[in-house]
Design a protein around this ligand. Structure first.
Ligand code: GDP
Ligand code: MG
Length: 597
């Protein structure tokens, strides 16, 4: 297709504002799929569908005959909608010339609307505001426009009203894409430069790189080089998304498509890297490449120690699919052999855990997530600690720094007080307030990442009746007075239960943790003492009274199958339990610290 008739665009929105529904409607309108598929075409993984979120980006090529009689090729690139995947979003935006900014007419602009729109503006994309869900009775198009202009600073005069659900405004959107989004630039005769904006792993083809060709051309048989790693491969096939992968004769400047080249792991096709021709390489790579940064760490242990090798194999396999997953072996006195894993965020952690359990039939214990702390020791050495169990002797520590985030909270006026209280409780530093419309407020805070890992988002939602929306960006490290709190069971410290907390909060959180453990640890045959301590100083203590349920006590003699069933049921209940010394701890115990703030 002639470069001038290509349009590369994406859809950005706050979660639930209708991005996937609109994508489906556009696909349907352009006849890429027959009939009306109920399922959302772009969200391909099971877990995504269940959670109703988009983790993996995909793209789809649409052919649209516009009112001017010309046929255009529209490449719709899907972007993930969650803050954990901000970097991936930024790369997907870089593959486009324009974006549809979808705003729910009944909700108005939300925190991620602003975050995504400002990313798109930084990439100089042409932004077309779309006001969705106008079929809803409380849709307020005028208010949505006003919020877009005030909070996002985009002219919303030509915002397109639509209903992705009932199909209103779809043609207007397609016409606007053709008319307002520029055709891709780039030099068709230049040396190959293609941006990898996503990838996935296929058992037969190896890593599949999803690319946007910025200059030059790539086809089957070419020898390519990844500019960040210098690794070289022979192209097996190129193609586009129809949807579904469709092999073609090559990808030209401006095209969006995929490359397979017998790449053994997803790490060979890194998001943000530039593909060039190995025999005639480009001088400079496309800007913006960086390695995915782990923000959240936790220990992953098999609840049955015999599954260690299976867990290792499973993580290796998952890593083939997920370049952002970091892991290394770790041992815990309490939990035995396992792995310390690094994730982009809490959602990423949950997805990895679910996939490990579901796809590899494992039963896992996760320790409470931690951030990466930077410690300067008295001997001048600088160390990073992402596992509270590794925290050094406080006497050797000169100073501690923790990662901070800049947070944006959008909330109706009446809940500002509740939000500010919560941010203060989480050691937030107030930055400023903005008023995009008379009823709505944007609060800017700097918060410790470690405090957001606790149930910050849940608390924010519950203290604002669900009205607050929240987005954050990693900022810098800041000095903080942090200490490690140990948890002792019958006098023995359980390393996997230790946590790091600000000194001023240590007492309260220590007490809450002891209380929580008293609730979640099942009674044992004897009394269990639970203590929280900083060094040798106990700051909270409680006891769990002894008790043991004998499940077969009521089966007098006779029915052996019934007995066996009961015993099996009890065994089932023991899953996700971990024997610590003589005490059995359930999974909830290890995540207790998340609930104590
Ligand atoms: P995403 O998170 O932005 O991808 O949002 P979805 O496309 O999954 O939509 C979220 C919810 O809003 C779903 O229940 C959709 O059915 C619904 N929805 C999407 N578009 C419309 C619309 O135009 N009108 C109405 N009434 N509901 C819509
Ligand atoms: Mg979606």
């Amino acid at each position: 297709m002639d470069q001038s008739r290509i349009r590369n665009f994406c859809i950005i929105a706050h979660i639930d504002h209708g991005k996937s529904t609109l994508a489906d409607r556009l696909i349907e309108r352009c006849g890429a799929i027959r009939g009306t598929a109920q399922e959302q075409m772009l969200d391909s993984m099971d877990i995504e569908r269940e959670r109703g979120i988009t983790i993996k980006m995909a793209a789809v090529r649409l052919l649209y005959t516009a009112k001017d009689g010309e046929t255009y090729q529209l490449n719709l690139i899907d972007t993930p909608g969650h803050v954990d995947f901000t970097y991936e979003v930024s790369r997907a935006l870089f593959a486009c010339e324009g974006a549809l900014l979808v705003v729910d007419a009944s909700q108005g602009v939300e925190a991620q609307t602003i975050a995504n729109a400002s990313m798109a503006m930084n990439q100089n994309l042409e932004i077309i505001p779309v006001i969705n869900k106008i079929d809803l009775p409380h849709a307020d198009i005028a208010r949505a426009k006003e919020e877009i202009e005030n909070a996002v600073a985009i002219d919303a005069t030509d915002a397109i009203p639509c209903s992705a659900k009932s199909g209103i405004g779809i043609d207007d959107i397609l016409e606007a894409i053709v008319a307002r989004i520029p055709a891709p630039g780039g030099d068709p005769n230049g040396r190959l430069r293609a941006l990898i904006y996503d990838s996935h792993f296929d058992a037969y083809q190896g890593a599949v790189a999803y690319v946007r060709v910025k200059d030059g051309r790539v086809k089957k048989g070419d020898r390519i080089m990844m500019m960040a790693t210098g690794n070289k491969f022979d192209v097996d096939s190129t193609g586009h998304f129809g949807p579904g992968l469709t092999v073609n004769k090559g990808l030209d400047t401006g095209d969006v498509g995929f490359i397979t080249a017998a790449m053994k792991s997803i790490g060979d096709a890194r998001v943000g890297d530039t593909v060039t021709n190995a025999d005639d390489p480009a001088d400079v790579a496309l800007p913006g490449y960086r390695k995915a940064l782990s923000m959240v760490f936790c220990g992953l242990y098999p609840s049955d120690g015999d599954q260690y090798v299976s867990l290792r194999d499973a993580i290796d396999k998952l890593k083939l699919n997920d370049a952002s997953l970091d892991f290394e072996p770790e041992t815990s006195a309490a939990l035995g052999f396992g792995f310390r894993c690094g994730f982009l965020g809490l959602l990423h952690m949950e997805i990895a855990r679910e996939r490990l359990e579901r796809e590899f039939a494992l039963d896992l214990i996760l320790t409470a997530p931690s951030v990466d702390y930077r410690l300067t020791m008295k001997n001048g050495e600088e160390i990073h600690i992402a596992n509270p169990a590794d925290w050094p002797d406080p006497n050797d520590i000169a100073s501690v720094e923790e990662p901070m985030v800049t947070a944006t909270i959008m909330v109706p006026q009446e809940y500002v007080g509740a939000c500010m209280t919560l941010c203060q409780e989480r050691r937030g530093i107030y930055v400023k307030t903005e008023y995009p419309t008379p009823q709505r407020v944007i609060l800017h805070y700097v918060l410790p990442l470690g405090e957001i890992l606790l149930d910050f988002f849940d608390k924010l939602k519950s203290s604002t009746r669900g009205y607050a929306s929240f987005d954050y960006d990693l900022s810098d490290y800041a000095l903080s007075n942090l200490v490690k709190v140990d948890i002792l069971l019958n006098g023995d410290p359980v390393d996997a239960l230790s946590f790091i907390v600000h000194k001023d909060f240590a007492y309260n959180r220590g007490r809450a943790m002891v209380e929580r453990l008293r609730q979640v640890v099942p009674r044992q045959q004897y009394e269990v003492r639970v203590q929280a301590a900083i060094g040798a100083k106990v700051i909270a203590a409680d006891t769990i009274k002894p008790f043991r349920k004998n499940v077969i006590a009521k089966c007098y003699g006779g029915d052996i199958t019934r007995k066996r069933k009961l015993l099996e049921k009890q065994k089932e209940g023991k899953k996700r339990m971990k024997q610590i010394g003589s005490i059995e701890l359930p999974q909830e115990a290890f995540l207790s610290v998340l609930k104590v703030a």
